[in-house]
Design a protein around this ligand. Structure first.
Ligand code: HMG
Ligand code: NDP
Length: 410
């Protein structure tokens, strides 16, 4: 028997548990043993799942009970020129997806943006948040706790920042609901998305709060952070990076390349992304920002679940008088993503294909100054989302959506 089969047999006999195999063999053999067990128990043939191109050990901090790797097609869109606060120059955006027509759409949008001289983008707010919830006796003690926190931010900062050499505590915002006190800690986590960093730092600060106030910690995450759930607080206050990208497309480019007019696109945006979203009670007033955020996240090793917040985007489109008095209206377009949570160090960005994708962008690792690489990544993704909005809205205005997916997505 192979090492993997021998290891699998030790699980079958009950000697070993499935999640402890790496204590008894190298990571690749442990993964192979799990595939042996799965193939014996199911009709699955896991040959391709097991045909991953990296040492399983490099995924040790990213996965447990590893059996192999999911392989998602990855494409590239662009190039596009970005005039950002941190991003500067031409970028090609790697995107991983299984949705046919998405790459073509973003590629068309970036091509149109490039024809207009590129897009501008700025990170306008930055702060990764963690909001623990405490129990108190009643509102009197809640007020006492809030008052202490407001007067002792330095003590909380000292405790939190003792756990990290990069993170900086920016603010602690209190919220009281009856005998519950929520403290929303916000950090500058530099080039890390910062959820582990913020969670570890906040845990340390919570000990200080418990020591000096009548509050007792109930949960380190009180859901007012708000991580990976649709929440107005993220759409309004932001989480991670709040980033906006915009562009003015000349009228003739709209007509030649997008097969419609600025007025038609602007109307589609108003009735669909603004009025339709409002009527739907949506937190995102956009067409498919989540498509670009999700595909960029998969490609570059971001936390895929945070697409939830990344979809908190508002798209605006306005027809503007053309500089050429006889020309058709130009199109002003913007996308504002309130909570884009990205990093270029840490988490999944360390994995092989993900770090290679960051190399395509020239944004792997820590930036100089610290935080500038993550800022640039946020700006480039925002331009990608802008491209996706332009192309999809044009396809809707020109009635090409269904045919595009019939041609490319089937
Ligand atoms: C499909 C197109 C781009 C055709 O658009 P077109 O103008 O007919 O294409 P074209 O052949 O004239 O090419 C124009 C440009 O498109 C790009 N392009 C064109 N073909 C390709 C290709 N094969 N691979 C890569 N890039 C491609 C490329 O940039 C090309 O320029 P060039 O480089 O040739 O100068 C257009 O019809 C389109 O974008 N449709 C919209 C599709 C889309 O956005 N799908 C994703 C969203 S669907 C969804 O998930 C969200 C939704 C709809 O449910 C959300 C909601 O509710 O709104
Ligand atoms: N814990 C939780 O509740 C949650 C965790 N996650 C997961 O958290 C992970 C992301 O956490 P994150 O803290 O970003 O990553 P890591 O846990 O991988 O930590 C990244 C570390 O890199 C170090 N570092 C080196 N250079 C830099 C730089 N230029 N800027 C910032 N940090 C730098 C910092 O160490 P140091 O701090 O020592 O200076 C930082 O803490 C993802 O895997 C995600 O899935 C997601 C949601 C919730």
């Amino acid at each position: 028997m192979t090492d993997a089969e021998t290891l699998a047999e030790r699980v079958r006999t009950g000697e070993l548990r499935l999640h402890e195999l790496e204590e008894h063999a190298d990571h690749d053999t442990a993964a192979a043993a799990r595939r042996v067990l799965l193939e014996a128990e199911t009709d699955a043939d896991l040959e391709t799942v097991g045909d991953y191109a990296f040492d399983a050990e490099v995924a040790d901090s990213a996965i447990e009970n590893m059996i192999g790797a999911a392989q998602v097609p990855m494409g590239v869109a662009g190039p596009v020129t970005v005039d950002g606060g941190a991003a500067n120059g031409q970028y090609r955006l790697p995107l991983a997806t299984s949705e046919g027509a998405l790459l073509a759409s973003v590629n068309r949008g970036l091509s149109v943006i490039e024809s207009a001289g590129g897009a501008s983008a700025r990170v306008t707010k930055n702060g990764m948040t963690r909001a623990p919830v405490f129990r108190v006796e009643g509102v009197v003690q809640a007020a006492e706790t809030v008052e202490w926190v407001g007067e002792n931010l330095e003590a909380l900062r000292e405790a939190a920042e003792s756990t990290t050499s990069h993170g900086e505590l920016l603010d602690v915002e209190p919220y009281v609901v009856g005998d519950s006190v929520f403290l929303r800690f916000a950090y500058d986590t530099k080039d890390a998305m910062g959820m582990n960093m913020a969670t570890i730092a906040t845990g340390e600060a919570c000990s200080v709060v418990e020591e000096h106030t009548p509050a007792s910690l109930v949960a380190l995450s009180g859901n007012l952070c708000s991580d990976k759930k649709p929440a107005a607080i993220n759409a309004v206050e932001g989480r991670g990076r709040s980033v906006t990208a915009d562009v003015v497309i000349p009228g003739e480019v709209v007509e030649e390349r997008l097969h419609t007019t600025a007025d038609a696109i602007a109307e589609a945006n108003t009735r669909k992304n603004l009025i339709g979203s409002a009527k739907a009670g949506s937190l995102g007033f956009n067409a498919h920002a989540a498509n670009v955020v999700g595909a960029a996240f998969l490609a570059t090793g971001q936390d895929e679940a945070q697409v939830v917040e990344g979809a908190n985007a508002i798209t605006t489109m306005d027809a503007r008088p053309s500089e050429d008095e006889n020309g058709s209206s130009d199109l002003y377009a913007s996308v504002s993503l309130a909570s884009l949570e990205v990093g270029t160090v840490g988490g999944g960005t360390k994995l092989p294909t993900q770090s290679e994708a960051l190399d395509v962008l020239g944004l792997r690792g820590g930036g100089d100054p610290a935080g500038s690489n993550a800022d640039a990544l946020a700006e480039v993704i925002a331009v990608g989302a802008l491209a996706g909005e332009l192309s999809l809205l044009a396809a809707l205005a020109s009635r090409h959506l269904a045919s595009a997916h019939a041609d490319l997505g089937r």
